[in-house]
Design a protein around this ligand. Structure first.
Ligand code: FMN
Length: 183
């Protein structure tokens, strides 16, 4: 098997991080990999906001959890009521990925960039987690002021990055019958 495919299969969502910050050159390599994603009409419509202030990351997690308490989904409500749960699982870096709203396909572009970043992180043995739920914090007054997302961009997702802790990293079972052939 070639190393790219091996890396794709090895990547897992990491929900246990060491406190130690990742190295600046590792962060830069991961962000650069994000910018090499394909994008509709080559718009490269992403913007990355790197947060390495644990206080702000904690605030974002708490704000999002507070909103989750009123979710119609019981699993989410239970999650929100777990006072020990940090939606970023202690990751020392959180990258908020925002898309330029007048681009052709900003959400898809940003998603492609995120997957590149997750794979780049895995190739450096750095843990990562794509975090949709953190979106619930983006319109909070203090969070929005601190994030200072550029005019015309919408924040979509967070990506947690950090050295892997001891948590479980087994791949969920792959769904079957997801391929049809016409040939
Ligand atoms: C759009 C999107 C949003 C996600 N949001 C969250 C999230 O808020 N919290 C979380 O723990 N995992 C989140 N995940 C990670 C998924 O739960 C994870 O990818 C899935 O369970 C498969 O596990 P794997 O990444 O280890 O293959 C998200 C993944 C995607 C693609």
């Amino acid at each position: 098997m070639n190393t790219v495919i091996e890396n794709i299969k090895k990547r897992r969502s990491i929900r246990d991080y060491k406190k130690e910050q990742i190295k600046e050159e590792e962060l830069q390599a991961i962000l650069e990999a994000g910018t090499y994603a394909p994008s509709g009409c080559n718009a490269q419509s992403w913007h990355f906001t790197v947060i390495q202030d644990r206080e702000l990351i904690g605030l974002m997690s708490n704000v999002a959890k507070e909103k989750l308490k009123t979710s119609s989904d019981e699993g989410f409500r239970n999650m929100a009521n777990n006072k020990d749960l940090d939606l970023t699982h202690g990751a020392p870096t959180l990258v908020v990925v925002s898309g330029k709203q007048d681009a052709y396909s900003p959400l898809t572009d940003c998603s492609a960039a995120i997957q590149n970043m997750l794979l780049a992180a895995e190739s450096l043995d750095i843990g990562s987690l794509w975090i949709g739920l953190i979106e619930l914090s983006f319109d909070h007054e203090e969070v929005a002021r601190k994030l200072n997302i550029p005019e015309g961009y919408k924040p979509y997702y967070g990506v947690a990055l950090g050295y892997k802790g001891a948590g479980e990293t087994r791949a969920p079972r792959r769904k079957e019958n997801v391929i049809s052939y016409i040939r």
